[in-house]
Every structure is written in C-alpha cells, then in structure tokens.
Ligand binder design. Structure first.
Ligand code: HEM
Ligand SMILES: CC(C)=CCC/C(C)=C/CC/C(C)=C/COP(=O)(O)OP(=O)(O)O
Length: 314
C-alpha cells in the first residue's frame, strides 16, 4: 500500500485529466460495462432509456472507483511490475491520497445515484461489488493465496447481475447464469496473462498460481477451468437465457477456447519462451472475444424473445 508518489524523479509532475481517468482502469471496464449493459437490456422488465443510460453510467463510475482504490492500495506492487510501473501513482503524477479520495468519492456517488435512479437492490449489489473487489480481493486475497483470482473473480462477475437488478429490482436464474459464466471465465482469462507475465508477479511477490505452483501446473489449471466453463456455457444454451443462436455461437467459441486451452497445457516451456508466448497471448485475446460474444449472443436471444412476444401480441 502506498500513500505517496513512488517515483522520486517524477514527484511534482502535474497530473493531467488523463491520469485521473487512467485510475479508473477504463480499458478493463469496457467489458465490465458491456456485461452490465447486457444484464440490463436482457431483463424482462424494461426501464426508460434515460434511466438505463444513467444506470450504466453509474455502474461504470462504480467500477472505475473500485479501480482507483485498487491502484491506491497496490501502488507498491504496481511500481515493481513492468506492465503497471507507468501507472499514475507509481510514476508520481498522482498521489495515493488523491487516488483514495477519488475512489471513495466516486464509490459513494455511484452507489447513491444508482439507488436513486433505479432501486436499492442494484445499488446494494454495486456497493457489495466495490467492497468485494477492493477489500476481499485487493486487500486480502491477492497477496495471500494463489486462489486469489478464483474467489476474487466473483467481483468481476457481479456487473451483469447489477444491470439485471437495475431493470427488475431482483435476481433471477438468468442473471445468476450470467454471473456464473463470468466467474468461471475469469481464471483462464487471468492465468493466460499470468503465464506470459510471471516475472512481474515474481518480482512483486504476489502469490499468483504461476509463482506458487509453477507454469506446468498453471497450464493444467487453465485447461481444467476451461472444461468447466465450456460445460456451463453450453448448458446455458438450453436454459431460458439461451436459444439456437446463442448455442451456435457457444459451440464455435467453446471449441476454439478448448483447443486453445489444450495447446496451452501441452506447450513446451522452452518453445513458449522462444516464440515469446504467442499461444498464451492469443488465448488471452480470445478470452476477451469469448466473453464479449457470449454476452452479445445472450442479448440477441433476449431481443429475439421480446420481438416474438410483441409479434404474438399484434
Ligand atoms: C479478479 C478478476 C480479474 C483479474 C485478476 C483480471 C486481470 C487482468 C489483468 C491483469 C489485465 C491486464 C490489464 C492491464 O494491464 O491493464 C486484464 C485485462 C483485461 N481484462 Fe481482466 N481480470 C479480471 C476480471 C476481468 C473481468 C470480470 C473483465 C470483464 C468482464 C475483464 C476484462 C478485461 C479486459 C477487457 C482486459 C483488456 C484490457 C486492455 O485492452 O488493456 N477482466 N485483466
Ligand atoms: C461495477 C464494479 C465495481 C466492477 C468491478 C469489476 C471488476 C472487479 C473487474 C476486475 C478487473 C481487474 C483488472 C482485476 C485485476 O485486478 P488486479 O489488481 O489483479 O490487476 P492489476 O495488476 O492490473 O492492477
């Protein structure tokens, strides 16, 4: 945890708007916000488009706030990892106190306004998600156990449930399925990245699976979790959330994902180093497309079902 600028050579540099914006982890949050949007739009109850826009904005702000609090707490780790060393706090452009203040203020603001704009179930879920990511994952699990992202991944899985609750005021089998899909997707998503970033986590002393159990074990974990994920993703096709379109998308994507995970498992370590982890990097990129297209297909199914009801009523 750091309270102050970590790079003495950069101390005193003036922060730009882009530095504060970077604290919100905007790139990661795009997919988080997309899953929340699908939860909101796929729900059977429709909210006014302006309310929907406000809800998504407040969920995005809440997600960003949790990112800023994560960067405040993890500034010491970020400073020693190549991937994160240029972030606003370790590079000295923003102080830890500023990030913490911004994160706390935006957390309060987003929860309160989501509650006022939609309902308090959605606001409560948003508050819990921020708490889970910042306190349970960042402050507790991340530095303590290699299961950090398996359990902590729940934080990133809540947004579609928040979106659904914003529209309906409750939780349902469909929103639990969306949660489960994201929850089981997180380990392969992250471990693929950890495979080509192991030195970073080693240097920072973070007990990621690659550090505590080594790469061969992590490779096997990626494959096992991908099988469980594929089983759930395909089974979802036969529930009220799925349908033929979703199922077609899921069959293609899961076949590709399983093939990628199999290749990762059977990779020779020297070969992987020689080609600069091309397979692992490809699998990480595929993981982003995987989640995006699964949620896109779920939204398409919900839209088709809604049009069918409308058509029947005419
Ligand atoms: C605890 C769970 C998770 C962990 C530990 C994790 C970890 C990471 C890390 C370390 C990166 C590299 C990001 C960077 O350098 O800025 C990344 C990228 C990314 N993650 Fe995750 N992630 C998690 C969950 C999620 C979830 C739930 C989503 C979306 C639903 C997500 C979406 C993304 C996206 C879109 C990127 C690419 C960002 C870019 O283009 O730079 N992640 N993730
Ligand atoms: C609505 C709401 C509150 C959403 C939160 C969603 C959420 C928890 C997303 C997880 C995103 C993420 C980059 C985790 C990695 O943290 P890390 O600290 O391991 O990664 P780092 O090393 O890049 O900082």
């Amino acid at each position: 945890m750091s309270d102050a600028s970590l790079d003495p050579t950069a101390a005193g540099q003036e922060a730009q708007f882009s530095d504060y914006f970077a604290l919100l982890k905007p790139r990661v949050m795009t997919l988080v916000v997309f899953t929340a949007l699908v939860g909101l739009l796929a729900a059977p109850d429709q909210v006014h488009p302006f309310v929907a826009l406000c809800a998504i904005l407040f969920i995005a702000v809440g997600g960003g706030a949790s990112g800023a609090l994560n960067m405040w707490w993890d500034a010491d780790i970020d400073a020693v990892m190549r991937r994160t060393a240029k972030r606003p706090i370790p590079s000295g452009r923003v102080t830890g106190e500023e990030a913490r203040g911004l994160g706390l203020a935006l957390s309060g603001f987003s929860v309160m306004f989501l509650g006022l704009a939609t309902n308090w179930v959605a606001a409560g879920l948003l508050a819990f998600t921020i708490f889970f990511y910042v306190v349970i994952y960042t402050m507790w699990l991340k530095r303590w156990t290699p299961q950090n992202i398996v359990i902590g991944g729940a934080a990133g899985a809540f947004p579609p449930m928040i979106g659904w609750a914003a529209a309906t005021g409750g939780v349902s089998i469909e929103s639990v399925l969306m949660f489960s899909l994201t929850f089981l997707w997180t380990p392969p998503h992250f471990w693929a990245l950890a495979l080509f970033m192991r030195k970073d986590y080693d240097n920072a002393g973070v007990p990621m699976l690659t550090v505590t159990h080594g790469r061969p074990s992590t490779r096997k974990h990626v494959f096992v979790y991908t099988i469980i994920l594929a089983a759930l993703a395909l089974a979802t096709g036969f529930t009220s959330a799925g349908g033929p379109l979703y199922l077609s998308v899921a069959i293609v994507l899961n076949a590709m994902f399983l093939k990628g995970a199999w290749d990762i498992w059977h990779r020779d370590e020297i070969m992987a180093e020689t080609d600069n982890y091309a397979v692992e990097k490809g699998f990480f990129k595929l993981s982003l497309l995987y989640l995006f297209l699964h949620f896109g297909a779920l939204l398409a199914e919900a839209t088709i079902a809604r049009l069918g009801i409308l058509w029947g009523a005419l």
